[in-house]
Write a protein that binds this ligand. Structure first.
Ligand SMILES: NC(=O)c1ccc[n+]([C@@H]2O[C@H](COP(=O)([O-])OP(=O)(O)OC[C@H]3O[C@@H](n4cnc5c(N)ncnc54)[C@H](OP(=O)(O)O)[C@@H]3O)[C@@H](O)[C@H]2O)c1
Length: 237
C-alpha cells in the first residue's frame, strides 16, 4: 500500500482525512465558523446545527451573532471574526462581497490551510471595485487572491436563502447545490456539508468553473435536481 493511501486509510478509521497540506482534518463533523450572521450565515448555520455540527457566528459587532447563537441552542456560539476563524475547520464566507478587501488583511494568515466556503456574490452597484474584478475574472479566483493560503470552495451562493430554507430535505430528488474548488479534499468536505444541510451537491470542477453559477450565468438561481443542474451547466437543456 502506498504511504499516502495507508495513512489516509488509518486516519479514515478515526473519522478523519488528509488534506493536501498533510494535516488531519475532520470531514465527517467539521466545526464551522461563519463570517456573517445575516441571511446566509443564519440559514446555513441553523441547517448545520440541526445536523449536529458546532457553528460559531461572527460579524462586525457581537450583538447579531450573540442573539442568533442564543436562539439556536448549545451547538451555536458567537465570537469575533478572528475567533470564528480560529474555531473553524470550515469558514463560511457570508458577508457582502465588498467586505472581502477589509476582512482579508485581518484574517488571511489565520485561514492558511483551512477550508473557506465562499457563499458570497459580487454586485457592482453594491460591492465596489472588487465586484468588477469578480465579475470579470470569476468570484472564485478573485476570493482566492484575497485569501491565498485558504482552500477556497465556492458554494451555496447560487440560490436564495428563502428557497434553501423551504427546500432543505425535500423528498427525492433533492434540490441541487453547485460547488467548485481546486482542492479535492476541501470539495469533498463541502459536499458532506451540502448533504448534511439537506441538498445534493453538483461539483462543476476547479475554482474557475464557479463563474458558471455566479450572477449573470446559467447556473445562478437554477432550481433543479442534480441531473437537471448538470444538464443546464453543460448547456444540454
Ligand atoms: N440572502 C441570500 O439569499 C443570498 C443567497 C446567496 C448568496 N448571498 C450572498 O451572500 C452574502 C451575504 O448575504 P446575506 O444575505 O447573508 O447578507 P446580510 O443578511 O446583509 O448579512 C451580512 C452579514 O455580514 C456581516 N458583515 C458585513 N460586513 C462585515 C465585515 N466587514 N466584517 C464582518 N462581518 C460583516 C453583517 O453584520 P454587520 O453588518 O453587523 O457586520 C451580517 O451579519 C452576500 O455576498 C450575498 O450576495 C445571499
Amino acid at each position: 500500500m502506498q504511504r499516502r493511501s495507508f495513512v489516509t486509510a488509518s486516519i479514515a478509521t478515526m473519522g478523519l482525512s488528509l488534506t493536501r497540506h498533510g494535516l488531519a482534518a475532520p470531514v465527517a463533523a467539521p466545526a464551522i465558523g461563519s463570517l456573517g450572521a445575516g441571511q446566509v450565515g443564519s440559514t446555513l448555520g441553523e441547517l448545520w446545527i440541526r445536523s449536529g455540527l458546532h457553528v460559531m457566528f461572527s460579524a462586525s459587532t457581537l450583538s447579531q451573532p450573540r442573539a442568533l447563537a442564543a436562539s439556536l441552542g448549545p451547538l451555536a456560539s458567537a465570537g469575533t471574526p478572528e475567533q470564528a476563524v480560529a474555531f473553524a475547520d470550515v469558514i463560511l464566507l457570508a458577508v457582502p462581497y465588498g467586505a472581502i478587501p477589509h476582512l482579508a488583511p485581518r484574517l488571511a494568515a489565520a485561514m492558511a490551510g483551512k477550508i473557506l466556503l465562499d457563499a458570497t456574490n459580487p454586485y457592482g452597484g453594491r460591492d465596489g471595485a472588487v465586484a468588477a474584478l469578480a465579475e470579470r475574472d470569476g468570484a472564485g479566483p478573485t476570493t482566492q487572491r484575497y485569501f491565498p493560503g485558504a482552500r477556497v470552495v465556492r458554494g451555496f451562493n447560487a440560490l436564495s436563502m428563502s428557497i434553501l430554507r423551504r427546500e432543505a430535505f425535500r423528498p427525492s430528488p433533492r434540490l441541487a447545490v453547485p460547488l467548485a474548488g481546486d482542492d479535492v479534499d476541501a470539495v469533498a468536505t463541502v459536499e458532506t456539508l451540502v448533504r448534511r444541510a439537506g441538498f445534493d451537491p453538483v461539483v462543476t470542477g476547479g475554482l474557475d468553473t464557479a463563474i458558471r453559477f455566479q450572477p449573470g450565468h446559467p447556473g445562478f438561481e437554477r432550481q433543479d435536481d442534480a441531473a437537471g443542474l448538470r444538464a443546464a451547466l453543460s448547456g444540454r437543456d
